[in-house]
Design a protein around this ligand. Structure first.
Ligand SMILES: [Zn+2]
Length: 367
């Protein structure tokens, strides 16, 4: 994004920012206004302007390669409204907010298969939603286009699709719920952590908890459906990853580990949790060597792993902003790329989960 565009956006933002304190007079110098503010005494509204990295309090200094457009110690209402203005967190917020909307849509869609009331509602809403889904699906491929066509179906057709004697769906909904929690807490963290040190600490911990939850719940559909006929492995793998998740969240609750300089340690904890999935994955491939859907699921899960690992590499290296500090403040910095890759990874995993469910629906378990 060009410097000029950024300036235009900033001035557009100034119009949205709260009006100066009353009685400031017109056209006077900033010093005079500030003095009057102080003389007015009491808790006056804080000035909401975008500041540079060097003006930030220490707890907000996280990425020295992003030089400008920071919101610092803004009142909560202004922080909420900044959802609709440009600053260096705008794209970070919207990437995960839109990701949340996509997963929410998928959840409603799948719930419609089991609850006639939800299916009814989908029937009423199907036209506008399916129009949007049609546009989106051309980009995300046939996974979502399948979803769009399901949305167009009548409640009766949806009920007919719902497998009667099919395998249970709760592990799949656990994944969808966890993904929504992760994406929403991340969006809230990026939107509101500029308010105060206390809220910042709380939201950062919530964000880490969201990531740990996302990793744990991602294990549920594959482990549950692959090992459905051998429940002891379900118990072994799902309890191991849940215990690892609880341990990770516990470790990350320490304010020390939330500090910027422990970025690599935190990432390592999450990568370790994710990569532990290699053990059940190798086990699953060995057990299902002759399963015709093996390669499709491996391709989806490979795409997921690649997305998450590439995203983590961007998060850790802070490329490209470290090459050109200040040039990617608003658009194109590493955290935005990381967010986009998280969504891509989660969608690939969703696609894999659909294949696992379909396979188990068809095969069942030998009596
Ligand atoms: Zn983030």
């Amino acid at each position: 994004m060009g410097e000029e565009a950024a300036m235009v956006m900033e001035s557009a933002y100034q119009e949205l920012a709260p009006a100066p304190v009353k009685g400031g007079g017109g056209g006077g110098g900033g010093k005079k206004k500030r003095k009057q503010k102080r003389e007015g005494g009491g808790e006056r509204r804080k000035e909401c302007r975008l500041v540079s990295y060097h003006e930030l309090p220490d707890y907000m200094k996280e990425n020295e390669f992003i030089l400008n457009y920071y919101r610092s110690e803004w009142p909560i209402l202004n922080a909420v409204l900044s959802l609709f203005s440009w600053h260096n967190e705008t794209i970070n917020i919207w990437t995960h907010l839109l990701g949340f909307v996509v997963f929410f849509g998928l959840t409603v869609l799948h719930l419609g298969q089991y609850f006639p009331q939800v299916a009814d509602l989908i029937g009423h809403l199907s036209w506008p939603i399916s129009k949007v889904a049609e546009n989106v699906s051309s980009n995300i491929g046939d996974v979502l286009s399948g979803a769009a066509s399901l949305m167009q179906a009548s409640p009766a057709a949806l009920a007919a699709v719902a497998p009667q004697a099919a395998t249970t769906r709760w592990p799949f909904f656990v994944f969808l719920a966890g993904a929504m929690f992760c994406l929403l807490s991340s969006a809230a963290c990026h939107l509101l952590s500029c308010h105060s040190h206390r809220l910042n600490l709380f939201l950062i911990r919530l964000d880490y908890t969201g990531i740990a939850v996302m990793i744990v719940v991602s294990f549920f559909p594959p482990i549950y459906y692959i090992f459905q006929c051998e429940p002891r492995w379900q118990v072994v793998y799902l309890s191991a990853i849940t215990a690892a998740g609880v341990g990770t969240v516990y470790a990350l609750m320490s304010p020390r580990l939330s500090a910027a300089r422990y970025r690599a340690h935190r990432a390592l904890l999450f990568v370790g949790m994710g990569l532990s999935g290699v053990v059940p994955a190798v086990h699953a491939v060995a057990v299902n060597w002759h399963e015709p859907r093996r390669n499709v699921t491996l391709a989806y899960e490979g795409a997921m792993a690649l997305s998450y690992l590439t995203g983590t590499a961007f998060y850790l290296s802070r490329v490209p902003e470290r090459w050109c500090p200040g040039k990617f403040d608003l658009c194109g910095h590493s955290h935005q790329i990381f967010h986009a890759l998280v969504i891509a990874g989660a969608l690939a995993h969703y696609a894999a989960a659909m294949v696992f469910i379909q396979a188990r629906d068809e095969m069942g378990c030998p009596a």
